[in-house]
Design a protein around this ligand. Structure first.
Ligand code: TNX
Length: 540
């Protein structure tokens, strides 16, 4: 009997200890608002902190805020292990309330008010609320399973640039839809709001166009790939493309994260995959072969062939149908005009249009402008606007186009902003994340220029010599990840991270110039990469 009661007593006391442990407040870690990008202003209010725990409720009323709340709950689960409840009814305390009522504020801005019993995140719009939640997420500096103590404060924040871009080339190497979604998650973590998606090039056509089935049937596969820079080729067929169902799904996935997908159909050069699919689109009629190596080729769309314009109409009608973005990227880079000089149909077109060399552009450059303008007009009729590489300026495109400035003046590039164009700056001297970080690297493009983290951070999107008007033309900044030398998605992440963190501050903060302070914030930010399972280049 005594033995049994001892056993019972033992079991009871274990149960009591277990109950006490599970009801007692857990450990807590203190949050820190020194995140990336650094918020504009943080005013501490000195009262007790807010304690976020498994019993905290997120209050979201309208559908956009419910999406924000669900994403936030996922982020917090990854970092803490507990899942926040979401409700549309206000509890009396211990809640995080999401609102988009701060209507006078600038787009995408937010205010967070942290008190001991609640946090209120007020966005100027749903995107602003999302960025506020990102700040709360990023403020957690570790401690899985622990509660989080948010210091009482008022945080006011908003972006410097309205266009904050991240680019990915899914042609030179193909990354399946799930990887693209992960890339979008990575962009969202950096408060980036535009995903520039490079979908066509010489080495593959990666977007389903239902009225032109050969584009993906033939054009999405190359018969082999150059091995590194060696001049040797493998003979492994390489391909892939996104169906329109996948594309729409990705557009919606990005929209939930307040990211607009800008598709790029690169023309009239970088088109060998399309020429292989429909050889009559070229000046010579081919035959063509989906490119197995990198670089620039003379084979481009024939601008004297009327069926090329019909082809482009079909492509862009479907592109506009799948992608709701106002801006559609039409490429325009690296176009040798040799074939047009010799092509009787192109020469006839030049004559017909009365194109002549002048100080700004040659006749063939103007012919390129004609084909770009055709696409632009078609898209304008649908309420869209084109964005293209800075070669558009040389060819004489009018200022309705947004210019993506990639070349430095030494490479013949012109800054659109100085010429009156709305401009996104993505200089290959600072913001090309395909370039290796440092001498001796084995991952990434082995070009002579190396782009270390500090040189990304040092980039100044608005040169001192700009007038106020020119400065106002700079609508944003972007980082590009071309993938000639980046075969896997793990390596894409390594090349982008942490340079994208430096980019995020260029895009968001007014004057991100204290590199040492950035590095301190970055040390904690890298924990987020770890927790999310992202691959990144460790700091030197
Ligand atoms: C130039 S940037 C290109 C791309 C290459 C890249 C490599 C631009 C408009 N054209 O086709 O992939 O350099 O860094």
């Amino acid at each position: 009997m005594g033995k049994i009661s001892n056993i019972i007593r033992g079991v009871v006391s274990i149960a009591v200890i277990w109950l006490a442990a599970s009801c007692a407040p857990g450990q807590a870690v203190e949050a820190d608002y020194n995140v990336i990008p650094l918020p504009h202003s943080v005013r501490s209010s000195g009262s007790d902190p807010f304690r976020m725990s498994a019993s905290t409720t997120v209050v979201a009323v309208d559908s956009a805020q419910v999406v924000n709340a669900e994403l936030f709950a996922e982020y917090i689960k990854t970092l803490t292990g507990f899942r926040l409840k979401i409700t549309d009814r206000m509890p009396s305390e211990n809640y995080i309330r999401l609102a988009a009522s701060n209507e006078d504020a600038a787009p995408e801005s937010y205010r967070i008010t942290v008190a001991s019993d609640s946090i209120v995140v007020e966005g100027a719009d749903a995107a602003g609320t999302f960025y506020g939640l990102q700040t709360l997420r990023k403020a957690i500096r570790g401690g899985r399973g622990d509660d989080v103590l948010y210091p009482a404060a008022v945080i006011e924040d908003g972006p410097r640039f309205s266009y904050r871009g991240g680019h990915l080339d899914c042609v030179r190497h193909f990354f399946p839809a799930d990887s693209v979604k992960t890339y979008i998650d990575i962009l969202a973590l950096h408060n980036i709001n535009r995903f520039h998606w490079h979908l066509t090039d010489d080495q593959g056509w990666r977007i389903e166009i239902r009225s032109l089935p050969e584009l993906t049937k033939k054009g999405s596969v190359r018969s082999g790939t150059i091995i590194g820079n060696s001049g040797q080729y493998d003979s492994v067929p390489y391909g892939g493309y996104y169906t329109q169902t996948e594309l729409r799904d990705i557009v919606a996935y990005a929209a939930d994260r307040h990211i607009t997908v800008i598709p790029e159909i690169d023309l009239p050069g970088h088109m060998v995959a399309a020429l292989t699919s429909y050889p009559s689109l070229g000046c010579t009629g081919g035959p063509y072969e989906v490119y197995r190596r990198w670089g620039v080729t003379d084979d481009i769309l024939c601008a004297g062939n009327d069926s090329v314009y019909v082809f482009l109409d079909k492509v862009f009608d479907e592109v506009a149908d799948v992608f709701p973005s106002e801006l559609i990227h039409i490429g325009g880079d690296e176009v040798p005009h040799g074939k047009w000089e010799k092509c009787p149909r192109c020469q006839a077109k030049i004559k017909e249009l009365g194109l002549k060399d002048d100080a700004r552009s040659t006749a063939v450059q103007k012919l390129q402008n004609h084909i770009m303008k055709h696409v632009s007009d078609r898209l304008a009729a649908k309420g869209r606007r084109v964005i293209g590489w800075d070669e558009l300026i040389d060819n004489g495109f009018d200022t309705t186009a947004v210019i993506m400035s990639w070349r430095s003046p030494q490479d013949g590039g012109q800054d659109g902003a100085a010429f009156g164009y709305k401009t996104v700056r993505v200089p290959n001297t600072h913001l090309y994340f395909d370039y290796q970080y440092a001498e001796g690297d084995t991952i990434g493009a082995p070009y002579w220029r190396k782009i270390p983290l500090d040189s990304v951070y040092a980039y100044n999107p608005i040169p001192k010599c700009f007038t106020a008007e020119q400065a106002a033309n700079v609508i944003g900044v972007q980082g590009n990840v071309w993938t000639e030398f980046i075969p896997s998605f793990r390596e894409v992440q390594y090349m982008a991270l942490p340079r994208m963190a430096a980019l995020a501050e260029l895009q968001w903060c007014d004057s991100p110039k204290d590199y040492e302070a950035f590095l301190v914030r970055l040390k904690y930010f890298l924990n987020l990469y770890e927790e999310e399972g992202y691959n990144y280049r460790p700091l030197d």
